[in-house]
Design a protein around this ligand. Structure first.
Ligand code: G6P
Ligand code: ZN
Length: 568
C-alpha cells in the first residue's frame, strides 16, 4: 500500500455534541461511534489539540483491548494521523495493546505524540455495548485536563478532518516496519514482548520459578475475563514462570468479552471466586478488559485493593528488585482508598499522598520523582514503572512476595520444603504489625441522575450540622467535600467526594462515579480501623457504619433503592 506521494483528503464535517473525553477518554455505545464522521471527528480533534511538538513528524503508539470496532478505528487513526503529519506509528499486532503495555511502549520508544488507546476498560463490549478512545501524552499517562479540554474544544468547533489516502487497509498482523506513504511508516510490534521484558526487569522471576518448582502445593488461577490480558498472562505465567496452562482461564481475548462484564470484582468475577474457593486455589487473580485493574484473592481470603497496595509497599524494597534498585520515594492512594498504606508510609518514614479518584492524579508526583507505589480501592495498583495502573504487575508482585516470604520462613524456621506462606497468613502478619483498616464499598448503579444529585446536594448542605453528633455509636469529627491541590503544579481539584470522618478515624465517603454510562452511580465507601480484632468478616465489622451511612444520606428515600448493585 505505498504510493509515490502522500495525498491528503480534506473532508468537511460538522461537530457532534458531547465529544468530551474524561480521563478515561471518550466512552460511548458502539452505535454512537458508528455514526458517519463521529469517530473521524474525535480522532482529528486529538491531533488538533495534541500538545507540543504536535503531530507533524512525530511518533504515535496505537493499540487497544481488542473489543468490537477496534480494528476499524486503528485504520482510521493511521489514515487521519498520516493526514496530520505523523511520521511513525507503533501499533500492537492486530491492534492489540493492553493499557499498561501501551503506556510502557510510549515511554520506551519515546513516542513524542504519545498514544491513542482504544478501550472502554471494564465496560462490556460488542455491537450493543461500549467503545472508547483515550489519549495518553508522551509520559505514557492519561492526558491531563488541559489536554482533554482542548480536545473537547477542537471537537466542538470542527469543520473538517484530514485523511491520507493510503490505498487499502493495512495488514495489522504483519510484524515489521511498513512504509505506507512517503515519510510515513507503520511499525507493527509484538503486543507482548516489550511488556514482558519490562516485567522481567522489575520482579525476581528466578525466585518465583524456584518457588513454583519447589512448591507443587501452591496453585495459581488467573482469569483474563476474555479481555486483553490473556496473551500477556500466557507469556508471563506459563512461558516465563512455568505455571501450567491450566492456571489460566478465560485468557482468549474476545471482541465482546464472551458477553460478560470484564471487571475484576467479587460480583463480576464471581466465576473465578467460585473456582478459587472450590479448588482451594492458593492465589487467584483477575484483570479487566484492558488489563489495568486487578483483583487478588485466595480460597480463604479476599485481599481488598486497599490492603493489596499496602502489602506491596510493605515488602517492596525487601524483595522486589526494581524497588531494591530504585528505592521507594513516596506512597499514595486515592482519597476513598483505605488508610492502610498510610500506616506503612508512617512506619517506613515515607511521604504519603491522598489524591482524588483517578490514576491521572498520580502522574505529576511520579514525574517529579516523589511517588513510587500507589493504588486505588477501585482495583487499581501500580508504580512509577509506567504511568497507568497495571493488573499483571500487581499479580506478579503478589507472586514475588509469596515466594520471598515463604523462602525466608524456610530459611529462618526450617519449615519443611514444599510448604508456603499463604495469602491469608501474609495478611495476618500484616495486620499484626499495622492493625486492620476494614473497608467496603457499596455501589448503586444506574440510579436516576437527578435523584443522585439531590441526595449529594442535601448531604453537602446538612453535613456541617452533623459535626459533634453521635450516629450509631460513632461521633462525627468533621465533614467536608474533598479538595486537592497538586503539590507539583499547584492545580486545584474541588468537590471530589463528601467525607464524614469520625472521632475514632472511621470514615464514610459519598461520591458519584465518573465512569458510568447510564444514569448515575452512587458509591459509598466505609472504613474503620481496628488495632486488635483483625479477623472479622468485613461486612460484619462495618455493619454499624453502613447503617449510619444509609441513615445520614437517606439513600433509600432519594433513590428508591433498598440494596446496592455491587458490594466490594
Ligand atoms: C477508572 C480510573 C481509575 C478510577 C476509577 C474510578 O478506572 O482509571 O483511576 O479510580 O475509574 O471510577 P469511578 O466510577 O469511581 O469514578
Ligand atoms: Zn481498565
Amino acid at each position: 500500500m505505498s504510493s509515490d506521494s502522500l495525498t491528503v483528503r480534506t473532508v468537511p464535517t460538522t461537530p457532534f455534541a458531547g465529544q468530551k473525553p474524561g480521563t478515561s477518554g471518550l466512552r460511548k455505545r458502539v452505535v454512537v461511534f458508528q455514526q458517519e464522521h463521529y469517530t473521524e471527528n474525535f480522532i482529528q480533534a486529538i491531533f488538533t489539540a495534541m500538545p507540543a511538538p504536535g503531530p507533524r513528524g512525530a511518533t504515535l503508539v496505537v493499540g487497544g483491548d481488542g473489543r468490537f470496532l477496534m480494528r476499524d478505528v486503528v485504520q482510521k487513526i493511521i489514515r487521519i494521523g498520516a493526514g496530520n503529519g505523523i511520521a511513525r506509528f507503533i501499533v500492537g499486532q492486530d491492534g492489540i495493546l493492553s493499557t499498561p503495555a501501551a503506556s510502557a511502549l510510549i515511554r520506551k520508544r519515546g513516542a513524542d505524540a504519545g498514544g491513542i488507546i482504544l478501550t472502554a476498560s471494564h465496560n462490556p463490549g460488542g455491537p450493543l455495548n461500549d467503545f472508547g478512545i483515550k489519549y495518553n501524552t508522551r509520559n505514557g499517562g492519561p492526558a491531563p485536563e488541559a489536554v482533554t479540554d482542548a480536545i473537547h474544544a477542537a471537537a466542538s468547533a470542527i469543520a473538517e478532518y484530514h485523511e491520507a489516502e493510503l490505498g487499502g487497509d493495512l495488514d495489522l498482523g504483519a510484524i515489521g516496519s511498513h512504509r505506507v506513504a512517503p515519510g510515513c511508516d507503520v511499525e507493527i510490534v509484538d503486543s507482548v514482548a516489550d511488556y514482558v521484558e519490562l516485567t522481567r526487569s522489575i520482579f525476581d522471576f528466578d525466585l518465583i520459578r524456584r518457588f513454583r518448582e519447589q512448591t507443587p502445593a501452591f496453585s495459581l488461577l488467573f482469569d483474563g475475563l476474555n479481555g486483553v490480558t490473556g496473551p500477556y498472562a500466557r507469556r508471563i505465567f506459563v512461558d516465563e514462570l512455568g505455571f501450567a496452562a491450566s492456571s489460566l482461564t478465560q485468557c482468549t481475548p474476545l471482541e465482546d468479552f464472551g458477553g460478560s462484564h470484564p471487571d475484576p470484582n467479587l460480583t463480576y468475577a464471581a466465576q473465578l471466586v467460585e473456582r478459587v474457593r472450590a479448588g482451594r486455589v492458593s492465589l487467584g487473580a483477575a484483570s479487566d478488559g484492558d488489563g489495568d485493574r486487578n483483583m487478588v484473592l485466595s480460597h480463604d481470603w479476599f485481599v481488598t485493593p486497599s490492603d493489596s497496595v499496602a502489602v506491596i509497599a510493605h515488602y517492596a524494597t525487601r524483595c522486589i528488585p526494581y524497588f531494591r534498585r530504585h528505592g521507594v520515594s513516596g506512597l499514595a492512594r486515592s482519597m476513598p482508598t483505605s488508610c492502610a498504606i498510610d500506616r506503612v508510609a508512617a512506619a517506613h518514614a515515607l511521604p504519603v499522598f491522598e489524591v482524588p479518584t483517578g490514576w491521572k492524579f498520580f502522574g505529576n508526583l511520579m514525574d517529579a520523582g516523589r511517588l513510587s507505589i500507589c493504588g486505588e480501592e477501585s482495583f487499581g495498583t501500580g508504580s512509577d514503572h509506567i504511568r497507568e495502573k497495571d493488573g499483571i504487575w500487581a499479580v506478579v508482585a503478589w507472586l514475588n512476595i509469596v515466594a520471598w516470604v515463604s523462602e525466608e520462613k524456610l530459611k529462618a524456621q526450617g519449615a519443611s520444603p514444599g510448604e508456603f506462606v499463604s495469602v491469608h497468613d501474609i495478611m495476618r502478619d500484616f495486620f499484626s504489625i499495622y492493625g486492620r483498616n476494614y473497608f467496603t464499598r457499596y455501589d448503586y448503579e444506574e440510579v436516576d441522575a437527578a435523584a443522585a444529585e439531590q441526595m449529594v446536594d442535601a448531604l453537602r448542605a446538612s453535613g456541617p450540622g452533623l459535626v459533634g453528633q453521635t450516629i450509631g455509636g460513632f461521633t462525627v469529627a468533621s465533614v467536608d467535600d474533598f479538595s486537592y491541590t497538586d503539590p507539583v503544579d499547584g492545580s486545584v481539584s474541588r468537590n471530589q467526594g463528601l467525607r464524614v470522618i469520625f472521632a475514632d478515624t472511621s470514615r464514610i465517603i459519598f461520591r458519584l462515579s465518573g465512569t458510568g454510562s447510564e444514569g448515575a452511580t452512587i458509591r459509598i465507601y466505609i472504613e474503620r480501623y481496628d488495632a486488635e480484632q483483625c479477623d472479622q468478616d468485613a461486612q460484619v465489622a462495618l455493619k454499624p457504619l453502613v447503617d449510619a451511612a444509609l441513615e445520614i444520606s437517606r439513600l433509600a428515600q432519594y433513590t428508591g433503592r433498598q440494596e446496592p448493585t455491587v458490594i466490594t
